[in-house]
Design a protein around this ligand. Sequence first.
Ligand code: DQA
Length: 146
Amino acid sequence: MSNTVYVLNGPNLNLLGLREPEIYGHTTLDEIAGMLEDQAREHGLTIDMRQTNHEGMLVDWLHEAQAEGARAVLLNAAAYTHTSIALLDAIKAITTPVVEVHLSNPKTREEFRHISFIGMASAKTVEGHGPESYRIALEAVTSGEV
Ligand code: DQA
């Protein structure tokens, strides 16, 4: 197993910091990456932070995480969380533990966000803590919970 934790981010998260700040806050994805890198380093781990607006790319990256022997995947699939059986199947197809991450708490928002296909196969879900959700998710990995 490698020391790398993949942090995969889905559609529109490239606009984090600008996008609906009243929901998602002002922190950018680059800032979250920096925070996670510091946190990971303390535990001898490396972060591989990526973002895509394309569903199939997330599927490919999940397969890659397995092939590369990643320690774990933190996955904020954004809107694909609520629609993507392909991502559910990809998580089920790999043995790499996946932690579902959300900045907001989708369960307290519109009804169409209440279903999570990602959550059906993830080792853990962390949601509703803003950028801290990523930190808590990585902590679940470094503590050995996941
Ligand atoms: C999100 C929640 C999703 O419902 C939404 O589509 C996103 C971001 C979050 O991090 O809070 O794009 O995953």
